[in-house]
Design a protein around this ligand. Sequence first.
Ligand SMILES: [Zn+2]
Length: 372
Amino acid sequence: MKICNRCIYDETTPGITFDENGVCNYCKMHDQMEKEYPTGDAGWKKLEAFAEKIKKSGKGKKYDCVIGVSGGCDSSYLLHLAKKKLGLRPLAVHFDNTWNSKTAVENINIVLKKLDIDLWTYVMDNDEFNGLAKAMLLASVPEIDALTDIALTTTLYMAAEKFNVKYIMDGHSFRTEGITPIGWFYFDGKYIDSINKQFGTDKMKRFPNLWLGTWMKWLLMGIKRLRPLYYVNYDKEEIKEFLRKEYGWQWYGGHHLENRYCAFNHYLLNTKFDRDFRMVENSAFIRTGQISREKALEEIKKPQEYPAELISEIKKRLNISDEEYEKIIHLPTKSSDDYKTYRPMFRKLRPFFWLMYKLDRVPKSFYIKYCK
Ligand SMILES: [Zn+2]
């Protein structure tokens, strides 16, 4: 098995190529992004320049930006950075898919209270979310957690519009989260809608789907999206320790365990779709010098651990019998190619989205992945 000499992506990774030194194209992408998004003094200057613009746009308003929060490490740290370091006046925004762990809720509350930041939460209807979740399972696609991602994005725009704010920030960082292999995931509002029409039992009512028309309206309103953590050198273990000491934040005991549905998503990816997210994350840690390649190779050999009650909880909440669950798990796997999506539209609208990317209104990764 050929493995990259620098990270731990191997020859089975979709879209992988190796150069003459045995280094993969994903490591090259990382280096390219390192150049584009500097850290240290240069990164700090960029952040200060953004903060200047954000403050200007927020003059006379209650908030000058909205920040998506999950109770996890990245978004908690982003709140600290925005308020304490950059002097911004953020509104925290949360999409509650009704599957939060107790720790996540406590983390959100404790950090916001200490930073004196208001929270705006959009709580999903429990039955409706579970119905959509079941439809995604029956569609047999790997993007079951796209429901939460899409809904959080929409919720952020809704809050920005409601409070007349021009900047949305999220806690994504390619340095700690890595670069997902090409073709692993695709999702958009139409994808979710077409799956629900085919496999769901109810119409979407409360679910905040990201419809293209509404999204374009928000983009044309000039709402920008920023990822401040791209400009920060960021050791995950150190940050966890810092958050614990400074805020009483708690580690929820495993990656993505802050939300039960998200945890199940990772279980499913691992067991049904043969995708191990630890590869992605650990490769990112190697590229940024947070762990050694040897240690990462050791890490991913260990079996993944999930809470023992996770599967029974899923069956119970989604109202799936043991028999039906077995059937679902063994359905042939499908992908976004098997369902209707906005992809043809995104490609047609490529010049529009290029402009939106240049104006900081959509992330570069969206333009590259969805419009090209
Ligand atoms: Zn590599």
